[in-house]
Design a protein around this ligand. Structure first.
Ligand code: PMP
Length: 398
């Protein structure tokens, strides 16, 4: 037998597979609502003006490309901390946060997963049911047994908070609980402030390890509003981890810009934690790439560019909100009698439309409208040119 004769063919990534199917579809009116990417009113992936300007400034004084430190660009890590925890946060003044640059939000999650696994090999991981596809796979690959806590309540079109709390109460101390900081992917339903308080109290009482995944800060209600959950964890004085992604908020998907921050008890503890994170990084890819983090650090720390970014991010957020309102209107006009108003209650890029697998299949086959079989559609891919066709197609299969 040959060396690799026994290698199985792995199933292809469901969402990327959907993309391939979309690309192969000859239908000129096809619409891709599958992948989680923001496109503008013209259906194009935006290059933010703040990013283009930062790149122009960086290009004006080109620098040689030495290796970065293992934990990344210091100014970038600092800017991430100030964005995530607030510039005047006591934990920063006290030096209690260990932050490393990561390869996108995924990289931040994986560094955290590898670190936690070494720290406590006996711990289990709980993710939301449902969750971002890659959470389960990523924590499983890191060696964890991954379970789920109830989250989406299809009948009530909301969150099963009681079920979630019961699962957390039943979890063994040390269990890692992955929480979506805002703009829950895939459902679009976020915990209310009161529910967050209950979740945090339970996590604290049970001695669980909260790992916040912040992939959409600024896509829900605003940068500060979406980040408010971090302040709640700080106020509760629990130790936690936060992964950050700038893929969406800077439209820098391909640059792989993200981070991991870990809030510790003391500066000394943070120093020791950081030293372990560096080993995880060093033995995986040695040190991170320069360009994306340099762009993000430049934008976040240059007041004029920072203002530009906040405006452009607000533009993306508001356009998504408009599309939610418009879709509800158009669905009604297209003859959907059920109240679809729940779409405007959801936050971020996605909507759990409530459509089943057979309906999603028909949307693809008969109308060239591509969403995920779970019923998830990407609202950030709607625009005034494609929304009528999408509404008519959904009405036809409803
Ligand atoms: N977490 C969630 C919830 C996400 O939706 C995504 C991106 N789809 C990520 C993490 C990963 O982000 P990145 O592309 O920056 O790795």
């Amino acid at each position: 037998a040959t060396l690799f004769a026994a290698v199985d063919l792995a199933p292809r990534d469901p969402i990327l597979g959907l993309n391939e199917q979309f690309n192969a579809d000859p239908n000129p009116n096809k619409v891709n609502l599958g992948v989680g990417v923001y496109t503008d009113e013209n259906g194009k992936l935006p290059l933010l003006a703040c990013v283009a300007e930062a790149e122009r400034q960086i290009q004006a004084a080109p620098k040689p490309r030495g290796y970065l430190p293992i934990d990344g660009i210091a100014a970038y890590d600092r800017a991430v901390q100030e964005l995530v925890f607030g510039a005047d946060a006591a934990v920063l003044a006290e030096g209690r946060v260990a932050t490393v640059q990561g390869l996108g939000g995924t990289g931040g999650l994986k560094i955290g997963a590898d670190f936690l696994r070494r720290l406590n090999p006996a711990a289990a991981v709980l993710i939301s049911d449902p969750s971002w596809e890659n959470h389960r796979a990523l924590f499983t690959q890191a060696g964890f047994t991954v379970g789920a806590y109830p989250y989406y309540d299809a009948a009530r079109r909301g969150i099963d908070v009681a079920g979630m709390l019961a699962a957390l109460e039943g979890a063994a101390p040390g269990t890692v609980v992955v929480l979506h900081a805002c703009c829950h992917n895939p459902t679009g339903y976020d915990l209310s402030p009161a529910d967050w308080e209950r979740v945090i109290a339970t996590v604290k009482a049970r001695g669980l390890v909260p790992f916040l995944d912040m992939a959409y800060q600024g896509f829900g209600e605003g940068i500060a509003e979406d980040g408010a959950v971090i302040g709640r964890f700080l106020a509760a004085d629990v130790d936690f981890l936060v992964s950050t992604s700038f893929s969406k908020s800077f439209s820098l998907y391909g640059e792989r810009v993200g981070a991991l921050s870990i809030v510790c008890r003391s500066k000394d503890e943070a120093t020791r934690v950081l030293s372990q994170l560096k080993i995880v990084i060093r033995t995986n890819y040695s040190n991170p790439p320069t360009h994306g983090a340099q762009v993000v650090a430049t934008v976040l720390t240059t007041p004029a560019l920072r203002r530009m970014w906040e405006e452009e991010l607000a533009g993306m957020r508001n356009r998504i909100r408009q599309m939610r309102l418009l879709l509800v209107e158009k669905l009604k006009a297209a003859g959907v009698s059920r109240d679809m108003g729940f779409i405007t209650e959801q936050k971020g890029m996605f909507s759990y439309s409530g459509l089943g697998q057979a309906q999603m299949q028909r949307l693809r086959d008969e109308f060239g409208v591509y969403g995920v079989d779970s019923g998830r559609i990407c609202i950030a891919a709607l625009n005034t040119r494609n929304i009528d066709a999408v509404a008519r197609a959904i009405a036809a299969v409803s």
